[in-house]
Design a protein around this ligand. Structure first.
Ligand code: SF4
Length: 86
């Protein structure tokens, strides 16, 4: 599962960094960086807390979006277009 940040909404207050410094980091320019591409299972509950705690609602977990994308891809693969028939 991935966590994503809406950089336009993030105000760099560091709430998420304080909760999960293993995953979130603010640089000297107050830009938020996601350190873990995939959230380790052991950190997931704390990341979920950070998502809920963000005062700007700038964080979201991407599992649902990724699953929807995979389902759409599987659907395309499962229903090939056969343009060879006339
Ligand atoms: S808690 Fe939200 S607003 Fe604060 S730094 Fe993290 S993403 Fe940005």
């Amino acid at each position: 599962m991935k966590v994503q940040v809406d950089r336009d909404a993030c105000e760099a207050n560091g709430v998420c960094v304080g909760l999960v410094p293993e995953v979130f980091e603010l640089d000297d320019d107050d830009d938020l960086h996601i350190l873990a591409g995939d959230v380790p299972a052991g950190l997931l509950p704390t990341v979920q807390l950070a998502v809920r705690s963000c005062p700007k609602a700038a964080l979201r977990l991407a599992e649902q979006a990724a699953q929807a994308e995979q389902a759409a891809q599987a659907e395309q693969v499962g229903t090939p277009h056969d343009d060879t028939r006339t």
